[in-house]
Design a protein around this ligand. Structure first.
Ligand SMILES: [Zn+2]
Length: 78
C-alpha cells in the first residue's frame, strides 16, 4: 500500500482503485481538498510528484461591498 501525502493539505491521499501503483503516470485528485496533483508511480514508488492546481480555500474575509444604508438609518432614528 502506497501512502502519498497531498502537497496542498498534507493529508494522506486515498489512491483511487483505477490507479495501478506499479505503473501509473497521470493526474490524481486529493479527496480532502480537491487539489489536482500529478504523479508518476513505478513499482509502488513515487517517481514524480507535483501540484497542478491548489484548491485549498484561501483565507479571505468577505467584506460587504455595499454598506447597508437602511440598517444604518434605522439605527440612527431609533
Ligand atoms: Zn489535499
Amino acid at each position: 500500500m502506497v501512502e502519498i501525502k497531498c502537497l496542498a493539505c498534507r493529508k494522506t491521499l486515498k489512491i483511487p482503485k483505477y490507479v495501478d501503483t506499479d505503473n501509473y503516470e497521470g493526474q490524481i485528485i486529493c479527496t480532502e481538498c480537491e487539489s489536482l496533483l500529478y504523479i508518476k508511480l513505478v513499482k509502488s514508488k513515487v517517481r514524480k510528484y507535483r501540484k497542478l492546481i491548489d484548491k485549498k480555500p484561501m483565507e479571505i474575509k468577505v467584506i460587504s461591498a455595499v454598506p447597508n444604508y437602511d440598517e444604518a438609518k434605522r439605527l440612527k432614528e431609533s
